[in-house]
Design a protein around this ligand. Structure first.
Ligand SMILES: Cc1ncc(COP(=O)(O)O)c(C=O)c1O
Length: 382
Protein backbone atom coordinates (compact mmCIF):
# COMPACT_ATOMS: atom_id res chain seq x y z
CA UNK A 1 0.00 0.00 0.00
CA UNK A 2 1.37 3.45 -0.91
CA UNK A 3 1.09 5.69 2.10
CA UNK A 4 -0.16 9.26 2.09
CA UNK A 5 2.00 11.38 4.35
CA UNK A 6 0.21 14.50 5.60
CA UNK A 7 2.42 15.17 8.61
CA UNK A 8 5.08 17.45 7.15
CA UNK A 9 5.04 19.72 10.20
CA UNK A 10 6.34 16.79 12.27
CA UNK A 11 9.13 16.12 9.83
CA UNK A 12 9.68 15.95 6.08
CA UNK A 13 11.14 13.26 3.85
CA UNK A 14 14.71 14.20 2.90
CA UNK A 15 14.83 15.56 -0.65
CA UNK A 16 16.86 13.57 -3.19
CA UNK A 17 19.13 16.55 -3.91
CA UNK A 18 19.86 16.79 -0.17
CA UNK A 19 20.69 13.08 0.09
CA UNK A 20 23.08 13.49 -2.85
CA UNK A 21 24.83 16.45 -1.20
CA UNK A 22 25.20 14.53 2.05
CA UNK A 23 26.46 11.32 0.45
CA UNK A 24 29.00 13.27 -1.56
CA UNK A 25 30.39 14.85 1.61
CA UNK A 26 30.44 11.55 3.49
CA UNK A 27 32.19 9.80 0.64
CA UNK A 28 34.48 12.46 -0.82
CA UNK A 29 35.28 14.90 1.98
CA UNK A 30 37.13 13.01 4.70
CA UNK A 31 38.90 15.92 6.38
CA UNK A 32 38.29 17.84 9.58
CA UNK A 33 37.39 21.50 8.86
CA UNK A 34 39.81 22.60 11.61
CA UNK A 35 42.84 20.88 9.99
CA UNK A 36 45.32 22.98 8.04
CA UNK A 37 46.08 20.46 5.27
CA UNK A 38 44.29 20.13 1.93
CA UNK A 39 41.71 17.68 3.29
CA UNK A 40 40.91 20.12 6.05
CA UNK A 41 40.61 23.00 3.60
CA UNK A 42 38.20 20.98 1.45
CA UNK A 43 36.03 20.25 4.48
CA UNK A 44 36.12 23.91 5.48
CA UNK A 45 35.03 24.88 1.98
CA UNK A 46 31.96 22.62 2.37
CA UNK A 47 31.17 24.27 5.69
CA UNK A 48 31.53 27.73 4.18
CA UNK A 49 29.34 26.83 1.22
CA UNK A 50 26.56 25.52 3.44
CA UNK A 51 26.80 28.59 5.66
CA UNK A 52 26.52 30.87 2.62
CA UNK A 53 23.43 28.98 1.44
CA UNK A 54 21.67 29.32 4.80
CA UNK A 55 22.62 33.00 4.94
CA UNK A 56 21.32 33.62 1.40
CA UNK A 57 17.91 32.14 2.21
CA UNK A 58 17.57 34.23 5.37
CA UNK A 59 19.26 37.35 3.98
CA UNK A 60 21.73 37.49 6.87
CA UNK A 61 25.55 37.54 6.88
CA UNK A 62 27.23 34.11 6.77
CA UNK A 63 29.16 34.94 9.97
CA UNK A 64 25.81 35.26 11.76
CA UNK A 65 24.90 31.58 11.21
CA UNK A 66 25.89 29.22 14.05
CA UNK A 67 25.23 25.55 13.26
CA UNK A 68 23.52 23.50 15.97
CA UNK A 69 22.00 20.06 16.39
CA UNK A 70 18.56 21.46 15.55
CA UNK A 71 16.03 23.98 16.73
CA UNK A 72 15.72 22.64 20.26
CA UNK A 73 19.37 23.44 20.89
CA UNK A 74 19.05 26.80 19.13
CA UNK A 75 15.99 27.77 21.22
CA UNK A 76 17.54 26.66 24.51
CA UNK A 77 20.75 28.54 23.74
CA UNK A 78 18.99 31.74 22.71
CA UNK A 79 16.91 31.84 25.88
CA UNK A 80 19.74 30.86 28.21
CA UNK A 81 21.60 33.95 26.99
CA UNK A 82 19.11 36.10 28.92
CA UNK A 83 20.72 35.17 32.22
CA UNK A 84 24.03 36.54 30.89
CA UNK A 85 22.77 39.80 29.41
CA UNK A 86 25.44 42.30 30.44
CA UNK A 87 23.08 45.15 31.38
CA UNK A 88 21.31 43.04 34.00
CA UNK A 89 17.94 42.97 32.25
CA UNK A 90 16.30 39.63 33.03
CA UNK A 91 12.59 39.81 32.13
CA UNK A 92 11.32 37.83 29.12
CA UNK A 93 8.17 38.27 27.05
CA UNK A 94 6.87 35.26 25.08
CA UNK A 95 3.67 34.23 23.36
CA UNK A 96 1.48 31.65 25.08
CA UNK A 97 1.81 29.36 22.03
CA UNK A 98 5.54 28.65 21.89
CA UNK A 99 6.97 25.25 21.00
CA UNK A 100 7.83 23.09 24.05
CA UNK A 101 11.57 23.69 23.40
CA UNK A 102 10.99 27.38 24.08
CA UNK A 103 8.36 26.85 26.73
CA UNK A 104 10.56 24.54 28.81
CA UNK A 105 13.52 26.91 28.43
CA UNK A 106 11.27 29.71 29.73
CA UNK A 107 10.44 27.51 32.73
CA UNK A 108 14.15 27.04 33.39
CA UNK A 109 14.68 30.82 33.28
CA UNK A 110 11.83 31.35 35.74
CA UNK A 111 13.43 28.82 38.07
CA UNK A 112 16.62 30.93 37.92
CA UNK A 113 14.72 34.07 38.91
CA UNK A 114 14.14 35.56 35.45
CA UNK A 115 10.48 36.66 35.30
CA UNK A 116 8.51 35.63 32.21
CA UNK A 117 5.32 37.22 30.81
CA UNK A 118 3.37 34.98 28.44
CA UNK A 119 1.16 37.03 26.15
CA UNK A 120 -2.25 35.45 25.60
CA UNK A 121 -3.72 34.64 22.22
CA UNK A 122 -7.39 34.54 21.32
CA UNK A 123 -9.25 31.89 19.42
CA UNK A 124 -7.31 32.96 16.29
CA UNK A 125 -4.04 31.73 17.80
CA UNK A 126 -2.41 35.09 17.07
CA UNK A 127 -1.07 37.56 19.60
CA UNK A 128 -1.86 41.24 19.22
CA UNK A 129 1.35 43.23 18.80
CA UNK A 130 -0.16 45.82 21.14
CA UNK A 131 -0.39 43.18 23.90
CA UNK A 132 3.29 42.37 23.40
CA UNK A 133 4.09 46.08 23.63
CA UNK A 134 2.13 46.33 26.87
CA UNK A 135 4.00 43.35 28.35
CA UNK A 136 7.47 44.82 27.73
CA UNK A 137 9.08 46.42 30.78
CA UNK A 138 12.18 48.54 31.27
CA UNK A 139 14.02 45.40 32.39
CA UNK A 140 12.87 43.22 29.46
CA UNK A 141 15.90 41.39 28.13
CA UNK A 142 14.29 39.42 25.33
CA UNK A 143 11.05 39.03 23.43
CA UNK A 144 10.46 35.63 21.84
CA UNK A 145 7.70 34.79 19.37
CA UNK A 146 7.23 31.66 17.30
CA UNK A 147 7.06 32.73 13.65
CA UNK A 148 4.62 30.00 12.60
CA UNK A 149 3.01 27.62 15.03
CA UNK A 150 3.75 23.94 14.51
CA UNK A 151 0.21 22.80 15.41
CA UNK A 152 -2.00 25.43 13.83
CA UNK A 153 0.35 26.99 11.28
CA UNK A 154 -0.73 30.42 12.55
CA UNK A 155 1.76 33.20 11.76
CA UNK A 156 2.57 35.77 14.41
CA UNK A 157 3.01 39.48 13.53
CA UNK A 158 6.80 39.15 13.75
CA UNK A 159 7.61 42.34 11.85
CA UNK A 160 5.60 44.46 14.28
CA UNK A 161 6.79 42.60 17.37
CA UNK A 162 10.44 42.89 16.32
CA UNK A 163 10.11 46.64 15.79
CA UNK A 164 8.53 47.05 19.23
CA UNK A 165 11.25 44.95 20.91
CA UNK A 166 14.02 46.92 19.22
CA UNK A 167 12.48 50.26 20.21
CA UNK A 168 12.47 49.12 23.84
CA UNK A 169 16.04 47.80 23.85
CA UNK A 170 15.05 44.13 24.18
CA UNK A 171 16.60 41.36 22.06
CA UNK A 172 14.18 39.79 19.61
CA UNK A 173 14.20 36.01 19.15
CA UNK A 174 11.96 34.03 16.84
CA UNK A 175 11.60 30.29 16.54
CA UNK A 176 11.21 30.17 12.76
CA UNK A 177 11.43 26.37 12.54
CA UNK A 178 8.05 25.98 10.83
CA UNK A 179 8.30 29.12 8.71
CA UNK A 180 11.63 28.55 6.99
CA UNK A 181 11.21 26.90 3.59
CA UNK A 182 7.41 27.14 3.76
CA UNK A 183 6.78 30.87 3.99
CA UNK A 184 8.49 33.93 2.54
CA UNK A 185 10.53 35.37 5.38
CA UNK A 186 13.57 37.64 5.29
CA UNK A 187 14.78 37.95 8.89
CA UNK A 188 17.89 39.78 7.70
CA UNK A 189 15.73 42.73 6.75
CA UNK A 190 14.06 42.92 10.17
CA UNK A 191 15.33 43.98 13.60
CA UNK A 192 15.58 40.34 14.68
CA UNK A 193 18.59 39.45 16.83
CA UNK A 194 18.21 35.69 17.19
CA UNK A 195 16.47 33.12 14.99
CA UNK A 196 16.17 29.33 15.25
CA UNK A 197 15.58 26.77 12.52
CA UNK A 198 15.84 23.04 11.88
CA UNK A 199 16.71 21.31 8.58
CA UNK A 200 14.27 18.42 8.85
CA UNK A 201 11.19 20.63 8.57
CA UNK A 202 11.96 21.53 4.96
CA UNK A 203 13.54 18.60 3.22
CA UNK A 204 16.80 18.40 5.16
CA UNK A 205 18.13 15.81 7.60
CA UNK A 206 17.17 15.47 11.26
CA UNK A 207 19.56 16.61 13.99
CA UNK A 208 20.94 19.75 12.36
CA UNK A 209 19.85 23.37 12.33
CA UNK A 210 21.18 26.73 13.34
CA UNK A 211 20.82 29.74 15.55
CA UNK A 212 21.25 33.00 13.69
CA UNK A 213 23.02 35.46 15.97
CA UNK A 214 22.91 38.92 14.46
CA UNK A 215 25.77 41.36 14.73
CA UNK A 216 26.27 43.00 18.08
CA UNK A 217 24.81 40.21 20.21
CA UNK A 218 27.47 38.51 22.33
CA UNK A 219 26.19 35.15 23.55
CA UNK A 220 28.07 32.85 25.91
CA UNK A 221 29.45 29.77 24.07
CA UNK A 222 26.78 27.14 23.31
CA UNK A 223 29.32 24.37 23.97
CA UNK A 224 32.80 24.95 25.35
CA UNK A 225 35.97 23.18 24.33
CA UNK A 226 36.85 24.01 20.76
CA UNK A 227 37.41 26.79 18.24
CA UNK A 228 34.55 25.68 15.97
CA UNK A 229 31.87 28.18 14.96
CA UNK A 230 34.27 31.00 16.00
CA UNK A 231 34.45 29.54 19.47
CA UNK A 232 30.68 29.75 19.88
CA UNK A 233 29.98 26.01 19.62
CA UNK A 234 32.88 23.68 20.23
CA UNK A 235 32.98 20.18 18.75
CA UNK A 236 33.80 18.80 15.33
CA UNK A 237 31.05 19.84 12.95
CA UNK A 238 28.34 17.50 11.62
CA UNK A 239 29.63 18.18 8.14
CA UNK A 240 27.28 15.91 6.16
CA UNK A 241 24.27 17.18 8.10
CA UNK A 242 25.36 20.78 7.59
CA UNK A 243 25.84 20.18 3.85
CA UNK A 244 22.30 18.73 3.84
CA UNK A 245 20.95 21.82 5.59
CA UNK A 246 22.73 24.00 3.03
CA UNK A 247 21.25 22.02 0.14
CA UNK A 248 17.75 22.24 1.65
CA UNK A 249 18.14 26.02 2.00
CA UNK A 250 19.29 26.32 -1.60
CA UNK A 251 16.22 24.36 -2.79
CA UNK A 252 13.96 26.50 -0.60
CA UNK A 253 15.43 29.71 -2.00
CA UNK A 254 14.84 28.58 -5.58
CA UNK A 255 11.42 27.00 -5.07
CA UNK A 256 9.76 29.05 -2.37
CA UNK A 257 7.24 31.05 -4.39
CA UNK A 258 6.12 28.02 -6.34
CA UNK A 259 6.14 25.85 -3.21
CA UNK A 260 3.88 28.17 -1.24
CA UNK A 261 1.39 28.42 -4.12
CA UNK A 262 1.35 24.64 -4.56
CA UNK A 263 0.89 23.91 -0.84
CA UNK A 264 -1.96 26.43 -0.60
CA UNK A 265 -3.69 24.82 -3.57
CA UNK A 266 -3.48 21.34 -2.02
CA UNK A 267 -4.44 22.57 1.44
CA UNK A 268 -7.47 24.42 0.03
CA UNK A 269 -8.55 21.39 -2.00
CA UNK A 270 -8.46 19.34 1.18
CA UNK A 271 -10.36 21.91 3.22
CA UNK A 272 -13.01 22.57 0.55
CA UNK A 273 -13.59 18.83 0.20
CA UNK A 274 -13.83 18.22 3.93
CA UNK A 275 -16.13 21.20 4.47
CA UNK A 276 -18.43 19.88 1.73
CA UNK A 277 -18.42 16.22 2.75
CA UNK A 278 -18.03 16.01 6.50
CA UNK A 279 -20.60 17.63 8.81
CA UNK A 280 -19.54 19.22 12.08
CA UNK A 281 -15.97 20.25 11.20
CA UNK A 282 -14.40 23.61 11.95
CA UNK A 283 -11.11 25.07 10.84
CA UNK A 284 -8.88 26.42 13.61
CA UNK A 285 -6.62 29.45 13.67
CA UNK A 286 -6.60 32.67 11.72
CA UNK A 287 -7.15 31.58 8.08
CA UNK A 288 -5.63 34.83 6.80
CA UNK A 289 -2.36 34.43 8.69
CA UNK A 290 -1.42 30.79 8.37
CA UNK A 291 1.19 28.61 6.70
CA UNK A 292 0.14 27.51 3.23
CA UNK A 293 0.67 23.84 4.10
CA UNK A 294 -1.22 23.50 7.40
CA UNK A 295 -4.85 22.67 8.13
CA UNK A 296 -5.88 22.30 11.75
CA UNK A 297 -9.42 20.96 12.12
CA UNK A 298 -11.81 20.09 14.94
CA UNK A 299 -14.25 17.25 14.28
CA UNK A 300 -17.23 17.68 16.60
CA UNK A 301 -17.94 14.81 19.03
CA UNK A 302 -15.11 12.78 17.57
CA UNK A 303 -12.34 10.98 19.44
CA UNK A 304 -9.37 12.29 17.47
CA UNK A 305 -7.14 9.43 18.57
CA UNK A 306 -9.55 6.90 17.02
CA UNK A 307 -9.78 8.89 13.81
CA UNK A 308 -5.99 9.20 13.65
CA UNK A 309 -5.62 5.44 14.08
CA UNK A 310 -8.30 4.70 11.48
CA UNK A 311 -6.55 7.00 9.00
CA UNK A 312 -3.23 5.33 9.76
CA UNK A 313 -4.73 1.89 9.03
CA UNK A 314 -5.88 3.25 5.68
CA UNK A 315 -2.32 4.45 4.96
CA UNK A 316 -2.79 8.12 5.84
CA UNK A 317 -0.49 9.85 8.35
CA UNK A 318 -1.73 12.96 10.21
CA UNK A 319 -1.27 14.15 13.78
CA UNK A 320 -3.51 14.93 16.74
CA UNK A 321 -4.10 18.01 18.88
CA UNK A 322 -4.31 16.04 22.08
CA UNK A 323 -2.12 13.32 23.49
CA UNK A 324 -3.32 10.32 25.44
CA UNK A 325 -1.37 10.13 28.67
CA UNK A 326 -2.14 7.33 31.14
CA UNK A 327 -5.70 6.88 29.93
CA UNK A 328 -6.75 10.53 29.98
CA UNK A 329 -6.68 12.88 27.02
CA UNK A 330 -4.45 15.91 27.50
CA UNK A 331 -5.05 18.79 25.07
CA UNK A 332 -1.97 20.56 23.75
CA UNK A 333 -1.02 23.79 25.54
CA UNK A 334 -1.46 25.61 22.23
CA UNK A 335 -5.13 24.64 21.92
CA UNK A 336 -5.67 25.38 25.63
CA UNK A 337 -4.15 28.85 25.12
CA UNK A 338 -6.60 29.36 22.24
CA UNK A 339 -9.50 28.58 24.57
CA UNK A 340 -10.36 25.07 23.41
CA UNK A 341 -12.25 22.78 25.78
CA UNK A 342 -10.86 19.29 26.38
CA UNK A 343 -13.60 17.83 24.18
CA UNK A 344 -12.80 20.20 21.30
CA UNK A 345 -9.08 19.53 21.57
CA UNK A 346 -9.76 15.80 21.58
CA UNK A 347 -11.42 16.04 18.17
CA UNK A 348 -8.60 18.11 16.67
CA UNK A 349 -6.31 16.84 13.92
CA UNK A 350 -3.52 18.50 11.96
CA UNK A 351 -3.05 17.85 8.26
CA UNK A 352 0.19 19.23 6.82
CA UNK A 353 1.07 18.85 3.15
CA UNK A 354 4.52 19.08 1.59
CA UNK A 355 6.85 17.91 -1.15
CA UNK A 356 5.37 14.76 -2.70
CA UNK A 357 1.76 15.53 -1.82
CA UNK A 358 -0.47 15.59 -4.90
CA UNK A 359 -4.12 16.01 -5.90
CA UNK A 360 -4.70 12.26 -6.19
CA UNK A 361 -3.62 11.81 -2.57
CA UNK A 362 -5.90 14.60 -1.38
CA UNK A 363 -8.80 13.07 -3.31
CA UNK A 364 -8.07 9.64 -1.82
CA UNK A 365 -8.23 11.17 1.67
CA UNK A 366 -11.50 12.92 0.79
CA UNK A 367 -12.97 9.65 -0.46
CA UNK A 368 -12.25 7.88 2.81
CA UNK A 369 -12.62 10.55 5.46
CA UNK A 370 -16.44 10.92 5.73
CA UNK A 371 -16.87 7.24 6.48
CA UNK A 372 -13.95 7.13 8.92
CA UNK A 373 -15.30 10.15 10.80
CA UNK A 374 -18.77 8.68 11.16
CA UNK A 375 -17.29 5.38 12.34
CA UNK A 376 -15.13 7.17 14.92
CA UNK A 377 -18.19 9.13 16.08
CA UNK A 378 -20.20 5.91 16.26
CA UNK A 379 -17.48 4.22 18.28
CA UNK A 380 -17.50 7.03 20.82
CA UNK A 381 -21.29 6.77 21.25
CA UNK A 382 -21.25 2.99 21.61
C1 LIG B 1 8.22 25.29 16.06
C2 LIG B 1 9.25 24.27 16.40
N1 LIG B 1 10.30 24.62 17.15
C3 LIG B 1 11.27 23.75 17.48
C4 LIG B 1 11.21 22.43 17.08
C5 LIG B 1 12.30 21.51 17.49
O1 LIG B 1 13.09 21.12 16.40
P1 LIG B 1 14.15 19.94 16.54
O2 LIG B 1 13.38 18.72 16.94
O3 LIG B 1 14.73 19.80 15.19
O4 LIG B 1 15.12 20.31 17.57
C6 LIG B 1 10.13 22.01 16.29
C7 LIG B 1 10.01 20.60 15.86
O5 LIG B 1 9.20 19.86 16.32
C8 LIG B 1 9.12 22.95 15.95
O6 LIG B 1 8.07 22.60 15.21
Amino acid sequence: MRRIYLDHNATTPVRGEVVDAMVRVLRDVPGNPSSVHAEGAAARAELDRARARVAALLEVAPAEVVFTAGATEANNTALAAVAARPDGRRHVVATAVEHPSVDAALGALEARGCPVTRVRVGRSGRVAASHVAAAIRDDTALVTAIWANNETGVLQPIEEIAAIARARGAWMHSDATQAVGKHAIAPGRLPIDLLSLSAHKFGGPKGVGCLVVRGGIALPPFLRGGPQERGRRGGTENLAGIAGLGAACELARRELTERVARYAQLRDRLWDGIAAKVPGVSRNGDPDHVLANTLNLSFRDTPGELLLQALDVEGIAVSAGAACASGSVEPSHVLVAMGFSKAEARGTLRFSVGHGTDEAQIDAVLAMLPDLVSRARGASEA
